[in-house]
Design a protein around this ligand. Structure first.
Ligand code: UD1
Ligand code: CA
Length: 471
């Protein structure tokens, strides 16, 4: 491992080309704001200190940093966005005592990861160069800074696209925007920066030019796959697709069956144990956790959901902030709203919606139900079309069903209400009083059969129709 180093991440720019009210670095990629991926990469590479330079929409970014990283990351303020060189000045202002290397990264290159930073630092250690620059050969370098070299390959400097001549623009080796600078050299070089360029800005890339003048630049060649910058929404989508693919690949390598690497939408903070199966077009969001042997079938969307061993989520199960126990089955087309708990071996089927409800061990609601604010015991059977009427227009009330009860199809349970242990609710009942344990409750009107009446009814309706069409 290389020596401790400081990382400065630039995130003060507005990101005009995003055309967004949200600051650019706050745009999420795989469930994390863009900048947070880079912070994680730096922390993972062993950065002793991480400084995020903030400016545009600073309060919003700072709040997120505090909530997410607390003391592990500090912020430095760049009052006016005068360029990346100025931003680094702000970033190192509080680091006057630091020696060794300062790694500088941009908040809008979210695919930068730990191995890349480790490679920069390894090159720094071996070359002892004042500046180490990550570069990439790309087919379309438009918009990026170009690496200028002499005929023998020695780096002369970096030319921004807007400042480049036609021949310089044909250079396909670009500046990826990841650097390691010797701290003392960086401080001196930053003091000498000037704004004599097309954008009238202070460029951090000119610090590389100063190191080149001292013949003290080393480069690391890297794949463009890891360094694409996000300047507009199309690049945001491109980076997100790459991130998604990277996450899916990592799980596949760790023993998870990912049926289709390109349509596994898995957020950065999701965990999945080996031998889980993720079918195509599944979205796993937030802090979702999937245990071994669970199968998540096509089209499921899970946000902050834990799924225990052996559970089977059939296609199009949508769930958030819920717990799914061992060997539970859900769906197809089931909806778990927040605070739903399905205990082991329970089951909910097609078009069942749950909210803030606990379904006990081995209990089942197989078809077309709404179970809201419920406490359901073990081995309860809830028939098709059962509704927990939990809302009286003002307050929410609880429905309690004790162990082994049976709720006949198409029943309404008007909360607050309690169905006792082993009780039986007849099909089509509207229940608004507690049912004692072991009792049978039926509350529907008695059936009447009028013999021969069907033909008379049909004749009457035909006559009515004929009268109407004469008018
Ligand atoms: C920059 C590089 C370019 C490189 C490319 C890689 C410079 C001058 N150019 O260009 O050589 O090929 O990145 O993606 O550095 N920022 C601030 N304060 C500022 C200006 C920018 O914090 O005053 C931040 C932005 O929020 C952004 C990052 O610095 O996260 C890069 O700025 P941006 O304007 O996107 O630079 P590029 O034009 O992409
Ligand atoms: Ca950029």
């Amino acid at each position: 491992m290389s020596a401790a180093f400081v990382t400065v991440i630039l995130a003060a720019g507005q990101g005009t080309r995003m055309k967004s009210a949200l600051p650019k670095v706050m745009h999420p990629i795989a469930g994390l704001p863009m900048y947070a991926h880079i912070v994680e990469a730096a922390l993972g590479a062993g950065a002793g200190r991480v400084v995020l330079v903030v400016g545009h929409a600073r309060a919003e970014v700072e709040r997120d940093v505090r909530g997410r990283f607390d003391q592990r990351v500090c912020t430095a303020v760049q009052e006016q966005q005068l360029g990346t060189g100025d931003a680094v000045r702000a970033g190192v202002a509080g680091l006057a005592d630091s020696t060794g290397y300062v790694v500088v990264l941009y908040g809008d290159t979210p695919l930068v990861h730990t191995p890349l930073i480790a490679a920069l630092m390894a090159r720094a250690a071996e070359s002892n160069a004042r500046a180490v620059v990550l570069t990439s050969e790309v087919p379309d370098p438009a918009g990026y800074g170009r690496i200028l070299r002499d005929p023998r390959g020695k780096v002369l400097g970096i030319r921004e696209h807007k400042d480049a001549s036609l021949s310089e623009r044909s250079v396909r080796e670009i500046n990826c925007g990841a650097y390691a600078f010797q701290a003392e050299f960086l401080r001196e070089a930053l003091a000498k920066l000037a704004t004599d360029n097309a954008q009238g800005e202070l460029y951090i890339t000119d610090v590389v030019g100063q190191a080149a003048a001292l013949d003290s630049v080393a480069t690391v060649a890297w794949s463009f796959d890891d360094v694409g910058g996000v300047n507009d929404r199309a690049q945001l989508a491109t980076c997100e697709a790459a991130m998604r693919r990277r996450i899916a690949q990592r799980f596949a390598e760790s023993g998870v069956t990912i049926r289709d690497l390109t349509t596994a939408y898995i957020d950065a903070n999701v965990s999945i144990e080996p031998d889980a199966v993720i079918e195509p077009n599944v979205h796993l969001r937030g802090s979702t956790k999937i245990q071994s042997g669970a199968r998540i079938d096509v089209g499921c969307v899970l946000s902050n959901v834990s799924v225990a061993r052996g559970a089977y989520l059939k296609p199009y199960t949508v769930a958030s902030d819920s717990e799914i126990g061992e060997r539970v089955e859900t769906g197809p087309f089931a909806h778990l709203r927040p605070e739903s708990v399905l205990e082991a071996d329970s089951k909910i089927g097609n078009f069942v919606e749950m909210k803030k409800t606990r379904l006990g061990r081995g209990s089942k609601a197989s078809h077309l139900s709404y179970l809201g604010d419920g406490i359901i015991g073990t081995h309860v059977n809830i028939g098709a079309g059962t509704i927990f009427c939990n809302y009286d227009g003002v307050n929410k009330h609880v429905t309690t069903i004790e162990d082994d009860a049976f709720i006949g199809s198409d029943s309404q349970l008007i909360a607050p209400v309690r169905i006792g242990e082993g009780a039986y609710v007849g099909t089509g009942s509207t229940i608004n009083r507690d049912v004692p344990a072991g009792a049978l409750a039926i509350s529907r009107a008695k059936q009447e059969n009028k013999l021969g009446y069907a033909a008379r009814l049909a004749a009457r309706f035909s006559a009515l129709k004929a009268a109407k069409s004469k008018k």
